[in-house]
Design a protein around this ligand. Structure first.
Ligand code: UDP
Ligand code: MG
Length: 313
């Protein structure tokens, strides 16, 4: 029988934690009764530098419930790194990662465990059937993001967020990826291994507010694209080529005009426009280059991605 671990990153989740713990505990009890997991199975709550009572609640839970472990990070490092801390610290034959806010359907973990036990897959991806619970804005921007990333060659599973099961070999594989610009959704498919998909309905947040404001969402999306694709760099080259062709055509036109006609070109617009046009394109291209250089800069330093301040037990 396998030992199951569930890793839950938590950032200011005081409103939902008790309910989340109830549901996860009930689920593990059910799996225990059915003989699908062993009694050492555990829930890990990773406190990502919360400023509310989240850590107190986690400590309290772990005091009363031996199957709960709390991991306190030294500061807020963001969802992806908090989740990584959980995955690399938790012990178990398989680890399920799930958000604290109960947007992902806890009951499909049973199906994930079945796939792991019976079909011997190493990774089970949770994929949302529909996102009616998210706002129109979030839905369309998320759709666009998945499309753009796929177009640019990122191997990403559509509508899969960070709700998944990973077996021990996959976790050990993940340990080898030392990138600071972490985008788990893009890395996990690169691991390989036999995988499967379970579908679920994503519901609204149980309580509390989203910890992903638009700014963080945009940062995650940009990071996702620039971490997995060099297509923007190639697009710069293509753009340069097109502009070169255009200016060649213009050159021929100017030359024939000057040689064959005696119409004087007044020349203001045809001088000023290309200056602005080229200036704009150049700054844009430098910006894209800068985005990648910034990445290299961050990666070369190889700074630690999180510090564990303490764990319960
Ligand atoms: N989270 C975290 N650190 C952060 C932001 C979020 O650990 O800096 C956690 C949060 O507690 C939740 C999960 O990441 O468990 C997803 O966040 P949220 O539900 O706010 O994002 P959304 O579902 O709105 O995209
Ligand atoms: Mg959420």
């Amino acid at each position: 029988m396998m030992k199951l671990a569930i890793a839950v990153p938590c950032y200011n989740e005081q409103e939902v934690l008790d309910e989340t713990n109830n549901r996860l505990t009930q689920l593990i009890d059910r799996l225990l009764d059915q003989g699908k997991v062993n009694p050492d199975s555990r829930i890990y709550y990773i406190d990502d530098g919360s400023t509310d009572r989240t850590w107190d609640i986690i400590e309290n839970l772990s005091k009363h419930q031996p199957s709960v472990t709390g991991i306190k990070l030294s500061r807020n490092v963001g969802h992806q790194h908090a989740l990584l801390a959980g995955l690399l610290t938790a012990e178990g034959d398989a680890i399920v990662s799930i958000d604290a806010d109960l947007q992902d359907d806890v009951s499909v973990i049973e199906q994930m465990v079945d796939d792991f036990n019976l079909r011997k897959v190493q990774i089970v991806y949770g994929v949302r059937k529909q996102r009616n619970s998210d706002s129109f804005f979030k839905r369309t921007t998320a759709d666009l993001f998945y499309k753009v990333l796929r177009l640019m060659g990122g191997e990403i599973i559509q509508h899969h967020a960070d709700f998944r099961l990973m077996g021990r070999p996959a976790i050990e594989g993940l340990r080898e990826f030392n990138e600071v610009n972490l985008f788990l959704r893009g890395i996990i498919p690169l691991l390989g291994f036999k995988s499967s998909i379970v579908y679920y309905d994503r519901t609204a947040r149980f309580a509390g507010t989203s910890k992903y404001p638009f700014k963080k969402m945009l940062a995650l999306a940009l990071n996702g694209i620039t971490s997995f694709s060099v297509v923007p760099l190639r697009m710069i080259t293509a753009l340069g080529f097109v502009v070169f062709l255009l200016s060649a055509v213009m050159g021929i036109w100017v030359l024939t005009n000057a040689l064959l006609t005696d119409a004087m070109v007044p020349g203001w617009a045809s001088t000023i426009l290309p200056i602005y046009f080229l200036g704009g394109i150049q700054v844009l291209c430098i910006g894209v280059l800068g985005e990648y250089i910034g990445k290299i800069y961050k990666e070369t330093k190889q700074r630690p991605r999180y510090f564990i301040e303490k764990t319960t037990d």
